[in-house]
Write a protein that binds this ligand. Structure first.
Ligand SMILES: *Cc1c(COP(=O)(O)O)cnc(C)c1O
Length: 438
């Protein structure tokens, strides 16, 4: 097995499916052979989303109020804060579980990537002469004719498929989603209803991606959205940081050296939390501390980040794990090496959580704040508690952060849930109640 930067008691805990907090030794290490993502690409992505806003607002009436921007509110959560934040400071919720169009954080990256492809085709084929032209051409019959010749394909545990499928088919593309075995039936049904072709695989997420990639490679009219190494997805996610900065300012929440910001991001293959981390570090530098959160059965980003730079991430299967978790959005066995390499020096740490503790957070969110999320999304609420463990406190100490924590801000990033059918949510909630109501 490859050498990993994980101490021996944590290695044992990983195998035993016990939750851990892992502080990243490579954080801020300038000597690493890092690949840096480009900040100009981040601002280009933000501009692209603004150019397309009028188009999106026509395609998706739910975006009218936001003038075509796909954004979620930053919510106070006073009752949850009381219950789950022993650190001090104030806990907020970033409400991507109600992100319009796709109902999950995947709306950010997925839709951005579809727009990149559509924009490129329109420029190549002369529908647009420059990006300052009128983008209503994307709603024209000519554009639909052009796009209908192309297929956009993706491999997904579910939510990315929803995002790509919905955005791609709205613009007139053919869309194919390769689903892993843990993808939920309702997600497949919802896609099929929109005319998206769903291909089911009796294997994990990595296999679904591989199948999608090779099928698309064989067809020149097919474009594959590669969740394991796409900078378009990554930058679409990263734009969230620019928007969050505005929201924080708007609510009068300071972020600086004496007002640190802690952000807890659910992680699957790494693109969404990695992109947001990149964006946040670009905007807030050392004042922000980003943590990934993973199920004990699928700590793939932890293994990836704990590995050496520029080497393949270790699959969780090598630790005897099976990615058996109700957090289907995070059920990924091997991290994206690309994301690990661009965020290794930016990430503060990773913590893991049992499904039981996810259900507890799902229960607390509903009963204290009347917020309904899918199990994957609830994991971020454990951030302050995990930062309060001995390993978490060691991180704070090392960053000399023990003093101003009463002035800190914590954000649990809720990543999905509003598309979950009510009876499915009820099953989650009943499961949570049966465990915690006593
Ligand atoms: C996909 C997903 C994530 C994590 O995103 P990755 O890019 O896979 O790391 C988190 N939460 C939900 C609900 C998701 O669907």
């Amino acid at each position: 097995m490859k050498s990993l930067n994980i101490n021996s008691s944590d290695q044992v805990a990983l195998r035993n499916c016990e939750p851990i907090f892992w502080g990243n030794k490579a954080y801020l290490d300038q000597s690493l052979p890092i690949s840096t993502a480009s900040t100009s690409e981040l601002y280009e992505a933000a501009d692209r989303l603004i150019r397309f806003a009028p188009v999106l607002s026509c395609l998706f009436p739910e975006l009218e109020l936001s003038n075509g921007l796909i954004e979620s509110p930053l919510l106070k959560a006073p009752f949850l804060n009381e219950k789950v934040n022993p650190i001090g400071g104030v806990l907020y919720i970033k409400a991507d579980h109600i992100l319009p169009v796709a109902g999950s954080i995947k709306a950010r990256g997925g839709i951005h990537e579809v727009l990149c492809f559509a924009e490129k085709l329109a420029l190549d084929e002369g529908l647009l002469t420059s990006v300052s032209d009128d983008y209503s051409v994307f709603l024209s019959p000519e554009a639909r004719d052009l796009f209908s010749q192309y297929t956009i394909a993706v491999g997904s545990t579910g939510n990315l498929g929803l995002s790509i499928g919905i955005a791609g088919s709205a613009l007139g593309f053919k869309t194919v989603v390769h689903m892993s075995s843990d993808a939920k039936e309702w997600k497949k049904a919802r896609l099929r209803k929109r005319g998206v072709k769903v291909v089911e695989h009796k294997a994990d997420y990595g296999v679904a991606v591989e199948a999608g990639r090779s099928e698309a490679d064989a067809d020149e009219y097919s474009y594959f959205v590669d969740d394991e190494r796409s900078s378009h997805l990554f930058m679409g996610y990263a734009v969230a940081a620019l928007r969050l900065k505005e929201q924080l300012e708007h609510q009068g929440i300071l972020v600086d050296e004496s007002h640190p910001l802690f952000v807890y991001l659910p992680a699957g293959v790494g693109g969404a939390p990695g992109g947001i981390t990149f964006g946040l570090k670009t905007v807030f530098g050392d004042s922000v501390h980003c943590f990934f959160a993973e199920p004990v059965q699928a700590p793939c980003m932890l293994l990836g980040m704990a590995g050496e730079a520029k080497t393949e991430p270790t699959p969780v299967y090598e630790y005897g794990l099976t990615i058996d978790t109700d957090a289907d959005g995070l059920a990924v066995g091997t991290a994206s090496q690309w994301v690990c390499d661009v965020t290794r020096h930016l990430l503060s740490g990773v913590f893991t959580a049992t499904d039981d503790s996810l259900y507890r957070q799902l229960y607390l969110l509903k009963t204290l704040e009347d917020i309904e999320v899918e199990p994957s999304a609830a994991i971020g609420c454990l951030g302050p508690l995990m930062l309060n463990t001995p390993a978490g406190k060691a991180y704070l100490q090392a960053q000399q952060l023990s003093v101003p924590l009463s002035k800190s801000t914590h954000i649990a990033w809720l990543t999905g849930g509003s598309f979950v059918p009510q009876e499915e949510y009820q099953t989650y909630f009943d499961k949570a109640v049966s465990r915690f109501s006593s």
